[in-house]
Write a protein that binds this ligand. Structure first.
Ligand SMILES: [Fe+2]
Ligand SMILES: [Fe+2]
Length: 396
């Protein structure tokens, strides 16, 4: 793995380089002392991770990160900063994947680099990596855009009203949690609740992010590649079901129920990325799934393509969402790949996805019974939940 590290204080950069090479001797760390030197280093060889210090606002280094994003989108971009000002969050989160406060612990930095590269290696497809790396926001379903515009136009709309609309929009939820979980907000813990995120951020910043999104869509998803309204509806249903299942299995673990809800809301986010990056490929996967009455994840396996689960997980890990949520998204079709049998957000989403009703032409993915039973979920649980969710859906 090749890293380019920019810091105009050479002794600090050299100390980081030495420490990183001690942790991972196989990493090649190239130092640069200026923006020009950094660009030369990036031009010289493909680079996996770009790390630079942000200066004091307004000369905050955003222009350099934007240039790197536009020219080398697949490169993971990490900013080190002494300044944590909410006002620059909106601008910088479009060009920087992760933030770390200075002085930062080298082991933290190494862990961050390692985390972003694990899933990166699995995704491997250069076009998909570039698309995910350059992505500033995920296209949003028209129905929730309208609802959000309405609530944000109301000057009296408070946190609860805004959070209620945001929580029904998987794309915007991912964006807002990305910003709140960056160190700009100094929350100090990982936030998984939408209402807590809107509260930390404030309604005015949610408004600013939403308005800015309209101007800088990275790609569009055409309705014939993926119906975003239908996709979002499915996400919301899986989220609510995963939370209900978690409450039934672990009644006292509120944090796990929040994690399951968030993972459910974001579990298929990779489908939007794939439908935007390679619409003809995604349309063909959907076509085969519909004509053969197979779930899309089975068609992906048959075609040997990178799965929407891993694509979504990589995007969310780059955006700094909690690792338990990233893991649940990565393994929502393959819970057997997680070590040990236990009930967690991944199992909750796996079961919720299988139990959630969908149109006749879209069969639900199969349950991996060994993982489900191993997590303490019985056949009786499944029967009862299926009956309850069906009754709820039919009444809706
Ligand atoms: Fe899925
Ligand atoms: Fe799904």
């Amino acid at each position: 793995m090749r890293l380019v590290l920019v810091d105009n204080e050479h002794h600090i950069a050299e100390a980081h380089r030495r420490a990183l090479c001690t942790v991972r001797p196989e990493w090649k760390v190239v130092l640069a002392s200026s923006a020009e030197a950094a660009l030369r280093a990036l031009e010289a060889e493909p680079t996996d991770v770009f790390i630079a210090e942000l200066g004091k606002p307004p000369a905050d280094g955003a222009a350099l990160f934007e240039m790197v994003r536009d020219r080398w989108p697949a490169t993971v971009r990490i900013a080190l900063s002494e300044f944590a000002e909410k006002s620059v969050a909106v601008r910088l989160e479009r060009s920087v994947h992760r933030f770390l406060h200075k002085p930062c612990d080298t082991y933290m930095l190494a862990m961050l680099i390692e985390r972003s590269s694990t899933l990166r290696d699995i995704v491997s497809d250069p076009a998909v990596l570039a698309a995910i790396g350059g992505l500033q926001c995920i296209p949003r379903p028209p129905v929730t855009v309208q609802a959000l515009e309405k609530v944000l136009a109301d000057p009296d709309a408070g946190v609860i009203a805004v959070a209620a609309v945001v929580g029904r929009d998987a794309s915007l939820t991912a964006r807002i949690l990305r910003v709140v979980n960056s160190s700009f907000f100094g929350v100090g813990r990982q936030v998984t609740r939408v209402d807590a995120a809107v509260n930390f951020m404030g309604v005015s910043l949610v408004r600013a992010i939403t308005l800015a999104d309209g101007a800088t869509r990275s790609f569009t998803v055409t309705p014939d590649a993926l119906d975003l309204d239908e996709w979002n509806q499915h996400a919301v249903r899986v989220a609510a079901t995963a939370r209900d299942i978690t409450r039934a299995m672990c009644p006292n673990d509120r944090a796990l129920a929040d994690e399951a809800f968030l993972a459910g809301l974001l579990h298929d986010v990779g489908q939007v990325v794939l439908a935007g990056v390679a619409p003809s490929v995604w349309k063909e996967i959907e076509r085969q799934a519909t004509t053969e009455l197979l779930p899309v994840n089975e068609i992906e396996v048959r075609q040997g393509r990178v799965s929407h689960s891993l694509v979504g997980a990589y995007l969310l890990s780059l955006w700094g969402l909690p690792s338990s949520v990233v893991e649940a998204v990565a393994f929502h079709h393959t819970p057997e790949r997680l070590a040990g049998h236990m009930f967690d957000a991944a199992v909750a989403v796996h079961v919720a996805d299988a139990l959630t009703l969908r149109p006749q032409s879209r069969p639900a993915p199969a349950l991996h019974m060994e993982s489900v039973l191993g997590a303490g979920i019985t056949e009786e649980h499944l029967q009862a939940w299926r009956a309850r969710f069906n009754a709820f859906e039919n009444a809706a």
